[in-house]
Design a binder for this molecule. Sequence first.
Ligand SMILES: [Zn+2]
Length: 412
Amino acid sequence: MVIKSLARIVGILGSAIAVAGLGASAFATDVTAVRFGAHDTFSRVVIEADSPIEFDAFVLAEPNPRLVVSLPGAQWRVSGLDNGQGLGHGLFEDFRFDPSGLHPRLVFNLDGPSRINQEMVLDPTDGGYRMVIDINPSTQADFIEAAGFPERSQTLTQLLAEHAQIDALAGVCESPRIVVDAGHGGRDPGALTRFGGGHEADVNLAAARVLRELLEATGRFEVVMTRESDVFIDLEDRVRIARAAEADMFVSLHSDAAGSSSARGAAAYVLSSSGVNRSRTRARREGDWFLPDAANRPDEVNEILFDISMGDKLNRSYQFATELLSEARSVTPLLRERPEHRGFLVLLDAQFPAVLFEMGFLSNEQDSRNLNSDAHRRRLMASIVNALEDHFPSCGQSPGVQFAARTDGAAR
Ligand SMILES: [Zn+2]
């Protein structure tokens, strides 16, 4: 798990308000106005409050570009906008005030990839304290790189540390563990062959074996297979295998089929926002937070860890899926140019990034011939290896500081 340090602490009441944000409202700050300005090169939002306030501003890429401003202890008191929603201007499409999370937050839907250019707090002149945030348009690549949940406030970090040891793993050299999942198998053949060669389960397994061979040949990855023969494995069991392996990336291989024989090309899928909600609902209901040692922590803390973990997972999944498609396009036509969002069960786990790769269509004659060709499979799997090598910098190149919530206190 990588937590980007974007925390911006402003205001003399900093730590006191952070405590208030964890539950009490003794130090509540009223948000009294939200204003926008659109300029040639940037867009500005001004959030006005009746007292100085600690805030964290960060961008999220998934499921759509957003600017999130976390406002511990804030209450919505904007006259004329009693429902906490409004339209934006410039790069800001619209916004809503969301009091439901650990900290109240303002969420701005953005027009496209953007980055935070500057943040500042201006003292009152006539009105209240003003938090000013300027954003610029950015490239998709820079946006994905910068997006993510920030390191939380000191108070929260301490709270989490009491319940799950947070070890700095910077500089620790370890082989990324890739879980390779050959879709279907046994009594579930998946898509049936129409042009000769194997059914989907056979094609997926043949590809998975090549992927393992190529990954191991790099000497850089550990590989765990969810199945190594033509056996039926429950979807939940595939997830369990990946969790037990502490996967750094889960790659599920499938072959598509469509009614029309003209549909062809590869596609990559990552978890959708409805999938995230499904995952959270199930976690709440079953008390299964996809987290090690969850039973020994209060659910409030589990939910925070789940949020951090899920935000990080979504960003990493999307980033890898993008890299994968850009490598694969030289080997196969693409059904879709960019990763798509789906609620597939094997993608739901919050613990590890996961991508489902549809390698092509068995219902298309050319794709089917390719998928049954050893040479083509080898080229296609090599493109996945290239993407994984890009995604996981080799030892000594790892940027930033990594934190992982662990229970055994040991860096692996
Ligand atoms: Zn399938």
